[in-house]
Write a protein that binds this ligand. Structure first.
Ligand code: MG
Ligand code: MG
Length: 236
């Protein structure tokens, strides 16, 4: 899983380095495919439930599961890229939200709060912790800042399958749910909206967008719980 996670991290870093005004998500998707091929990994999402691309590319009001297309990104946009691979029988899964040029203050605040909420959630992925401590860490960080937590999509266990038990909501009371143990591997992924928490699915059957058209941010890491605390497997 360390090896799979490293490929995911390196690929996302490569995509991030290319993001700027004018690039399209179709180009980013091709880059991700090429990088998978070079590393001998299989893109985890392509073909999963019929999803057609290696990356989920979700700009601005898109929450998750956006399709790559030929629309150039513009100054001031944000783009969430969710990417996973299967490598030697194991999965890695990670997501980043990247600024296209300069962001307005509200968008920057949303992206920062979402990234911080993931860090705080990861800090709760420790032996003998409780699963809902991870959930609570996200909700209790973003809601006081005026943002909202998406309910329809959640984090998950990960390993020999992309999605394994348990589900990891980004909301809930602390101190509940299963005890966390050394050796568990979790994909923790806050999806945070600037406005209302609700989402709707577009006609393509996949793309989730915010109900109110306001922006949404998403960060994710695959994390191993170790005796020494959380180990982030998808960080270069
Ligand atoms: Mg993901
Ligand atoms: Mg995931």
């Amino acid at each position: 899983m360390r090896a799979a996670g490293k490929i995911v991290a390196e690929t996302l870093a490569l995509l991030k380095s290319r993001i700027g005004p004018g690039i399209t998500t179709a180009e980013l998707n091709r880059l991700a495919e090429k990088e998978c091929q070079r590393q001998g990994a299989k893109p985890a999402f392509k073909g999963y439930g019929g999803f057609p691309y290696a990356i989920c590319s979700s700009p601005n009001e898109c929450v998750v599961h956006g399709f790559a297309n030929d629309t150039p990104l513009q100054e001031g946009d944000i783009l969430s890229i969710d990417f996973g691979v299967l490598y030697k029988g194991f999965y890695g899964d990670s997501a980043i939200t990247v600024a296209v040029g300069e962001l307005d203050d509200e968008t920057q605040r949303l992206v920062t709060a979402t990234r911080e909420s993931l860090e705080r959630a990861i800090a709760k992925a420790v032996p003998n912790g409780r699963l809902s401590d991870v959930s609570y860490a996200v909700q209790s960080w973003v809601e006081p800042k005026g943002f909202s937590v998406v309910r329809e999509f959640v984090g998950h266990g990960i390993g020999r399958n992309l999605h394994e038990a348990p589900q990891i909501p980004n909301y809930g009371q602390a101190g509940q749910g299963p005890r966390l143990k050394t050796g568990m591997t979790l994909a923790i992924e806050p999806m945070i909206n600037a406005g209302v928490p609700g989402v709707k699915i577009l006609e393509d059957g996949w793309t989730a967008v915010t109900e109110d058209g306001k922006r949404s941010a998403h960060f994710e890491h695959t994390v191993a719980i170790t005796d020494n605390g959380p180990e982030i497997l998808t960080r270069v």
